[in-house]
Design a protein around this ligand. Sequence first.
Ligand code: ASP
Length: 285
Amino acid sequence: MILNNIKPKIVIHGGYGSFEGMNDTRKAVHESLTKIVNKAYAVLLQKNAKTAVVEAVKLMEDDPLYNAGTGSRIQADGKIRMSASFMHGNALRFSGIINIQNIQNPIEVAQNLQNEHYPIIACNHSNYGQDIWNLPHYNPETEHRRKEYESRRKGKTGTVGAVAIDINGNIVAGTSTGGIGNETPGRVGDSPTVAGNYASKNAGVSVTGIGEEIVNLSVASRIVSLVDEEINLNDAVQSVMARAKENKYNFGIISLDRFGNCIVEKTTEEIYYASSDGQAQTFYH
Ligand code: ASP
């Protein structure tokens, strides 16, 4: 469907890391992302970029393969704290939830915060989701993550994100994470900040990788700001990747501009992603 020359498009990612020797996981992620991008694209056509991004991120949060929602990594004190953010590019409004516990879909809370006077909230108690948002108590822990935590192993599959443009040219980005695992409780990564998730009416970006490094370069907002200054998306992404290389930083990004250009880049490891503008394509890069 093309109207006003805008072709709806969505790109999603399932995190950054190496799948070396993990062929079963690779296959499962491939299938999951393909399914999810197809569902989210149908929502993009029926509704809008906002609903499609929430749907895509929610479906990934519900799949224990990813480090977001169900299957989130466990922090040093044995608890799961999740963070998510949402940005409506055309409304130029960012919202985010930091370190929320005991709920199923942090992206829904991040999106609901769009309507609040204070759209970025760091949770100060474990029942914040129940007390403030009236959400049912939900335990996102999986056996796999508990074992990973107990053996102090680093997990491989990651944070999730989505960027979409709808037929009216609305660009929206959403990102959700369980963090890096074994981190100090209270740690804040990039995902609930403008470094990890940002959009304007010209472009949207979601990032995954080492949060502290992503914040140092302010990756998502830097790329979008360059595009806002009329730099084309590929040049904007490459300029940030050059700085990442200089600093030996580790992350991957998905991005989309108002012309429907989609650029996916990463430093040393792999980013698994899928896109659809009518035909789903799933890759790792
Ligand atoms: N960026 C996330 C964080 O640092 C982790 C990830 O993308 O896997 O919390």
